[in-house]
Design a protein around this ligand. Structure first.
Ligand code: TRP
Length: 359
């Protein structure tokens, strides 16, 4: 069997153009969209997540877009031997979601391992893709080429599982970075092939073709100006105290030029601290640099520490209250899972009808 090879650059262009159209449509008609976003509970959320995705989720929710947030706990085991302290991580995620302003009465927050009917979609969906298509997925391919460990069946098929996450609730919009476009493309292919191959439950296709809503790549790096990663100790987590934040920023790498300027190419370390300050104060990093002028790295670090601690102050207060009340977090998880299960059951029943497998 042969299948069309997806032209990556054409796909990127189409996605970018469509994403710009959707930015306009969202303002005009927010109720036309159901957005799904998700995180793997592999560690605590940090300021990159905060400015890169949490604030955008809250923005969409507050615009009146029907919003769903998924905790992708099964995806933790795609490339790891164990689940780690998964429950603590899920609760930590929940605390950050709520503290950031995600409102569980408007946004459905749920955990995919707790939604059996979602996971059952994986079975018909797997019939719709070939192993060659899966191996071409850039994330899967990178795992195949770069990783020392043998690839698990779950890793190979994880874009299909992600499609189940998106399609069980018929989300039609998925905010993602460019690297996730191939996953969204596969999700569209699955929706289309399901319709062609298995038919419908009514007159509409069972599944929509979801669009990617492209987010700008997060500009924030770690305190050493390389990609944030817990193992490098360069991360500022949302759950850190103000003192811990000050300590982490004190260690931040800078350079020896006392005159502070915003030059991301020549001075990435200084630029990164300016970007963080700019995001906290909603200001242009270059103007902050001008203000600091000859004040040197010491002043810059003082400015960024104050701005960040002030920006996160309320988030951290709420977060601490929430973490201290696991019973409340549990009730939010149960409510969200119950709503997601209801939706998943309805969708699975349509799938059974379309596939003539309702008994
Ligand atoms: N794969 C995503 C990540 O690694 C997490 C994720 C799982 C997701 N399912 C999703 C994101 C569905 C958007 C939609 O971060």
């Amino acid at each position: 069997m042969t299948e069309p090879v997806i032209d990556q650059s054409a796909s990127l262009e189409r996605t970018m153009a469509r994403s710009r159209e959707i930015d306009v449509e969202l303002v005009k008609n927010p109720a036309a969209f159901r957005v799904l976003t998700g995180d793997r509970p592999t560690g605590n959320l940090h300021i990159g997540h905060y400015f890169g995705s949490l604030t955008n989720r809250v923005r969409l929710q507050d615009m009146g877009v029907d919003s769903c947030v998924l905790v992708a706990d099964y995806q933790v085991i795609t490339d790891r031997d164990g689940v780690g302290p998964i429950k603590e991580r899920v609760y930590s995620l929940m605390a950050d979601y709520l503290a950031a302003g995600i409102d569980p009465s408007r946004t459905m927050i749920f955990i995919h391992s707790a939604i059996p009917a979602l996971n059952q979609l994986m079975l018909p969906f797997l019939s719709l893709v070939t192993d060659a298509e899966l191996r071409r997925n850039p994330t899967v391919k990178a795992e195949l080429e770069d990783s020392e460990r043998p690839m698990s069946g779950l890793m190979l098929t994880y874009p299909v599982h992600q499609a189940a996450d998106i399609l069980f609730c018929k989300a039609n919009l998925v905010p993602v970075g460019k690297d996730q476009i191939p996953h969204i493309e596969m999700c569209r292919v699955i929706a289309r092939r399901f319709d062609e191959r298995y038919g419908r439950a009514g007159d509409q296709p069972v599944f929509p073709e979801a669009d990617a809503l492209l987010s700008l790549p997060t500009l924030i790096l770690g305190t050493d100006a390389t990609k944030m990663s817990k193992s490098k100790g360069n991360v500022i987590e949302l759950g850190m105290t103000a003192d811990e934040t000050a300590k982490a920023l004190k260690k931040a790498v800078t350079d020896s030029d006392r005159n502070i300027t915003y030059d991301p190419i020549a001075r990435p370390e200084v630029a990164n601290l300016l970007v963080i300050t700019g995001l906290c104060l909603d200001r242009d990093p270059a103007s902050i640099a001008e203000e600091i002028g000859d004040g040197g790295a010491g002043t810059l670090k003082k400015v960024v520490t104050e701005a960040l601690n002030e920006r996160l102050r309320i988030h951290r207060e709420r977060r601490a209250e929430l973490v201290a009340d696991p019973g409340y977090l549990e009730s939010i998880i149960h409510d969200g899972n119950a709503r997601a299960n209801e939706i998943a059951e309805t969708t699975l029943s349509e799938v059974r009808t379309a596939m003539k497998m309702s008994y």
